[in-house]
Design a protein around this ligand. Structure first.
Ligand code: ADP
Length: 180
């Protein structure tokens, strides 16, 4: 199988920045087997015991990263809309992928905190939830993302176009035999 074989695309960003919207929209655009591992769904269905302290968040990222590798090794393109606030934890997931020849692309789904607070899709900002990423819990933005989207300046359709281009670029890199 060719194309974005064994690839995970991780969409990281603040709550309400647009990660889930874009992952699901991208999956709908691609004519290939694609699996979205949504952070909220995975926590609710599988990792309910994990909280939002740093150790639990790191464990959540590690487990979701492992799941992405397991699913991805069967040729399914894996899209992961998960906040994953820690730069080093994301780097560890990348390293774990690359160690077994799977590719990891990091997409920074970026919107200002005020734009995210205004959207507040899940009402978390309004409830002043403790440990809110970007408010009283750290968010470390990617320094060199594979793609940087400004969802407060671009439409969903424009962002999906950029993601489709990223997938196409990953396909080309694979065909050329490049690792990253
Ligand atoms: P997250 O998964 O990051 O918490 P969601 O995808 O659930 O965020 O919510 C993002 C909200 O922002 C949605 O209501 C979506 O319609 C809106 N939105 C506006 N512009 C964009 C864009 N360019 N990309 C993604 N979402 C956008």
């Amino acid at each position: 199988m060719r194309g974005t074989r064994m690839t995970t695309i991780w969409l990281t960003g603040l709550p309400s920045s647009g990660k889930t919207t874009l992952a699901k929209a991208l999956a709908g655009h691609l004519h290939r087997p694609t699996q979205v591992l949504d952070g909220d769904e995975v926590r609710r269905e599988l990792f309910r015991e994990l909280g939002f302290d740093e150790q639990s968040r790191r464990e959540n990222i590690r487990r979701v990263g492992w799941m992405a590798r397991m699913v991805g090794q069967h040729g399914v393109l894996v899209l992961v809309p998960v906040i994953a606030p820690y730069r080093d934890a994301r780097a560890q997931v990348r390293a774990a992928h690359e160690a077994v020849g799977q590719r990891f692309a990091e997409v920074y789904v970026d919107a200002t905190l005020s734009a995210c607070v205004e959207r507040d899709v899940k009402g978390l900002y309004a409830r002043r939830t403790k440990g809110m990423t970007g408010v009283d819990a750290v968010y470390e933005p990617p320094l060199e993302p594979d793609l940087h989207l400004r969802t407060d300046r671009s439409t969903v359709a424009e962002c999906v176009d950029s993601l489709v281009n990223l997938v196409a670029a990953l396909d080309l890199r694979e065909l050329n035999g490049a690792v990253r």
